[in-house]
Design a binder for this molecule. Structure first.
Ligand SMILES: [Zn+2]
Length: 202
């Protein structure tokens, strides 16, 4: 997986997680929306054509906005898992986040529907889907599918590519539950749900 793909998908994760986090706030909402829109129109272009200055400009702004957003609103399950994984395996942070992102989004959407169906993060997942697909009728699932397709196009490898095995996952899930990023996830996930995100990304 190339460095631009890692950096670009980490930037996307750093905009999506603050936008749905329990600490989401009016300071970061507009920069998350703007940044996700920029990534939707620029990441593929920047990846396939490194000389596309307009696309790279959009990506650098999106990356800056992601940094500002995470500092002011926190992150979530994807970074909660990327942290213990990055500490134990020699894998690029962006590659770890990218492989976990669609599965972390799916786990949150499903847990919110089951346990907090009025939670504002659910509408935010729909807004993310509309930004990513450019379609006003997109659902939260369409957003997850869109991230999955983007990861495939940018050649995001599964976690197993870094030597991570099924047997490693329970220990990682346990550490992730205590990670600081996890505390800002839109709702607490169960140990089983965290493990399922890892298994899906393996
Ligand atoms: Zn990150």
């Amino acid at each position: 997986m190339s460095k631009p793909a890692c950096a670009g998908l980490d930037a996307l994760t750093q905009l999506i997680e603050p936008y749905v986090s329990i600490r989401a706030n009016p300071l970061v909402d507009p920069i998350c929306v703007d940044g996700i829109g920029r990534i939707a129109r620029a990441l593929r272009r920047a990846y396939h054509g490194g000389a596309d200055r307009e696309a790279r400009h959009d990506m650098s702004l999106a990356s800056l906005f992601g940094g500002l957003a995470l500092a002011n609103a926190g992150l979530g399950v994807v970074h909660g898992l990327a942290s213990p994984l990055g500490g134990s395996w020699n894998a690029p942070h962006g590659a770890l986040c990218a492989s976990l992102l669609p599965h972390g989004m799916a786990a949150n959407v499903s847990a919110l529907r089951a346990r907090a169906s009025q939670h504002p993060a659910l509408e935010r997942y729909v807004a993310i889907a509309r930004l990513l697909t450019g379609r006003n009728d997109a659902t939260a699932e369409d957003g997850i599918d869109s991230v999955q397709a983007l990861c495939a196009e940018l050649n995001v490898p599964p976690l197993s590519a870094w030597g991570i095995t099924e047997a490693d996952l329970p220990g990682v899930a346990e550490k992730a539950a205590r990670a600081s990023s996890m505390q800002a996830n839109p709702l607490p996930l169960t140990g089983g749900e965290i493990l399922a995100v890892l298994s899906a990304a393996l």
